[in-house]
Design a binder for this molecule. Sequence first.
Ligand SMILES: Nc1ncnc2c1ncn2[C@@H]1O[C@H](COP(=O)(O)OP(=O)(O)OP(=O)(O)O)[C@@H](O)[C@H]1O
Ligand SMILES: N[C@@H](CCO)C(=O)O
Length: 300
Amino acid sequence: MKKLRAIVPATTANLGAGFDTFGLALSLYNEFEVEEHDGVVIETIPDNPFLKTPEKNLFVQVLKYACERRGKTFHGAKVKQITNVPVARGLGSSATAIVAAILISATVSKVELTDDLFFEIAYRFEPHPDNLLPAWKGGFITALLQNKKTYYQHIDFPQDIKAVVVIPDFELSTEKARAVLPEKISLKDGVFNVQRASLFISALVNKQYDILKIAMDDRFHQPYRKKLIPGFDEVISNALEAGALGASLSGAGPTVLALAIEKFDDIGKAMIEGFEKHSIKADYKVLEVDKRGARVEIIE
Ligand SMILES: Nc1ncnc2c1ncn2[C@@H]1O[C@H](COP(=O)(O)OP(=O)(O)OP(=O)(O)O)[C@@H](O)[C@H]1O
Ligand SMILES: N[C@@H](CCO)C(=O)O
């Protein structure tokens, strides 16, 4: 195998009411360089001992599975990861690793990467398409899984909207953030989210940005997850007061996302203040929507 590099965008899932269905790719990228090697050697930039452990490194685990799935023996790999997407922060870091490994495996084996093949591998490691799909194909998607088939649609995301993401300095695994969700929700809350998810899509299509604030509200997951994220309500209200169109938890959190067409730095700083009031340090990034998705380059 030549030396290959996969470049995969971060993703923000849910966008409020679109729980487990909306996903958006963002201009923050993880890079995964790989070449054949006897045994597994992992370098991470910045240094991350956790990800350097092969058993904890999803990129290596998916590479191994994809190799053995083709009836080959996985002898190892020399991996260099540039991890700009922070782990367990709600920006789809795990999805970047899965997508990178699948694309590299398909490139090496010269196999056409169909949706069925992609999801057959990916769902063994991550059960929801709302990070996987935008990380793979870019842009904004809405998706669902029914009877082992994934249905999804791309919707053009307005060019003038950017994402302000505020990343607090603590991790929240998707597993832990899903464990606090209720088994059942009321009809009233169900209608609440259906109304707003539909409104969100209409607002994008019709460029009716003034309704995004309402459309990004949620009763499925944020009321429960915010107990794990001190300052969440203030971060959201600060974003809106500073000029955001709408704001929500990014994926399973703890990152908080604001959509905006102006005042990006004011919004970022105001959101950080919301966390700082609860003695939590945070950093903000102003990101574009990534429309290209993941790609593989042959280095040598
Ligand atoms: N860049 C990466 N490279 C290799 N393995 C990763 C990477 N990011 C995450 N993982 C693995 O995936 C596991 C699950 O990550 P988790 O889903 O909790 O966080 P996340 O994907 O960063 O956040 P979210 O899914 O909320 O966007 C991590 O504990 C780690 O084992
Ligand atoms: N929809 C998933 C996304 C995880 O990134 C969740 O909220 O748990």
